[in-house]
Ligand binder design. Structure first.
Ligand code: PHE
Length: 376
């Protein structure tokens, strides 16, 4: 195939003059064809002049209607000539456009020494990375992962955890209640978005006798929203129940965890606290990972940063569990005479922030790729 010039073929240029009633239209067509530079635009021009309802056929029809009988034949033949001249002009321009495109393709130079384009791999969100790391640290010491629903009944979220109806933690202030009625066959109470992962403690103990050694990560919901609180956040719950589990086991487990997660040089400190479902209860602080206890903005000068709440499982919780097991026709298995346990709960988001120095909780949930890509 030849790379011809843009000039129309000589047959169109040198052709005999057209009948005057078509000559101007064909000249216009030629001008319009050479004005367009793309094939779709070219085809639009084609349709406008040479189509079934195009200008040339319209002119032909008008002229035939107006002409006296003997002239009709001449006018008709001249119309056909005009149409085929138009088609020739169109074909020539189409060729010229194709040739130009091919020429541009051939003229383009390719630098074969350029490196290839890398396929960009996705990555895990920081929170997923941290959750998996927490899971594997606890897996090393025998914990298995458990889970529960985010929509809970009041029984699991509060009642069985020794937070009766009038307990302040059930206040509308910090809980999302659902309007739907309780689930059929459920132990009752309204439905709530779980306010913590502790209901998984209850679900686990209803599902199996001791020994229990679980961690339960997941989303929880509370009605607050500021730079350090989001209405949705992530917790990880721990529960151990067995024969002769002591507070020393709790402390040893948490120290092991803190050193695996923050580094071997950290220490922990336990402060007495209160949770309705543990007794005794404690808040756990870790020595400040930012200032090595010299005192900084992040530990507010105290040298310690709070990381979790914990305690020995309250016997009231065991009593609720066994009562419910009995109601379901299961043998009681959590007699505090035979078993004891500990539980803890921490914020996965908080762990991620401390570990990676993220200063605004909301960054973790905003889905801004610039942020998430920092942790690949
Ligand atoms: N569920 C408690 C909270 O959300 C944390 C906790 C868990 C405390 C287990 C003690 C034992 O604040």
């Amino acid at each position: 195939m030849s790379l011809s010039s843009n000039a129309p073929p000589s047959s169109a240029a040198d052709a005999a003059p057209l009948h005057p009633i078509y000559a101007e239209l064909v000249t216009q067509l030629a001008a319009d064809l050479s004005a367009v530079t793309s094939e779709p635009a070219l085809r639009t021009v084609h349709a406008r002049y040479l189509g079934k309802d195009g200008e040339i056929r319209k002119r032909l029809a008008e002229a035939l209607r107006a002409a006296p009988g003997p002239e009709k034949r001449t006018i008709g033949q001249a119309g056909n000539t005009a149409l085929s001249r138009g088609e020739e002009l169109f074909a020539a321009r189409l060729n010229a456009l194709h040739d130009a495109a091919r020429g541009a393709d051939l003229a383009r130079s390719v630098d074969v020494t350029l490196p290839g384009r890398r396929t960009r791999l996705g990555g895990l969100h920081l929170l997923t990375q941290v959750r998996r790391e927490l899971e594997s640290i606890f897996a090393e010491i025998g914990f298995v992962v458990a889970s529960g629903p985010q929509v809970e009944s009041e029984f699991y979220n509060f009642e069985a955890l020794a937070m009766p109806d009038d307990h302040p933690a059930r206040d509308m202030q910090d809980t999302f209640y659902l309007q739907s009625p309780p689930l059929p066959g459920s132990t009752g109470g309204r439905l709530v978005l779980r306010t913590h992962t502790s209901p998984v403690q209850i679900r686990t103990m209803l599902a199996q006798p001791p020994p229990v050694r679980i961690i339960a990560p997941g989303k929880v919901y509370r009605k607050d929203d500021d730079p350090t609180h989001s209405p949705m956040f992530n917790q990880i719950e721990g529960l151990v129940v067995d024969d002769g589990v002591s507070f020393a086991d709790l402390k040893g487990t948490l120290l092991y965890f803190a050193r695996r997660f923050f580094g071997p040089s950290v220490d922990i400190r336990l402060r007495p606290s209160f949770f309705p479902f543990t007794e005794p209860s404690a808040e756990v602080d870790v020595t400040c990972v930012f200032c090595q206890q010299k005192g900084c903005r992040l530990c507010k000068g105290t040298g310690y940063i709070e990381i979790l709440g914990c305690g020995m499982v309250d016997t009231a919780v065991f009593a609720h569990v066994d009562a419910e097991r009995q109601r379901r026709g299961l043998p009681p298995a959590y007699d505090p005479e035979n078993v004891s346990g500990f539980a803890f709960g921490m914020g996965i988001d908080r762990m991620a922030m401390l570990r990676y120095g993220v200063n605004d909780l909301r960054l973790l949930f905003a889905g801004d790729a610039r942020f998430t890509q920092m942790f690949r």
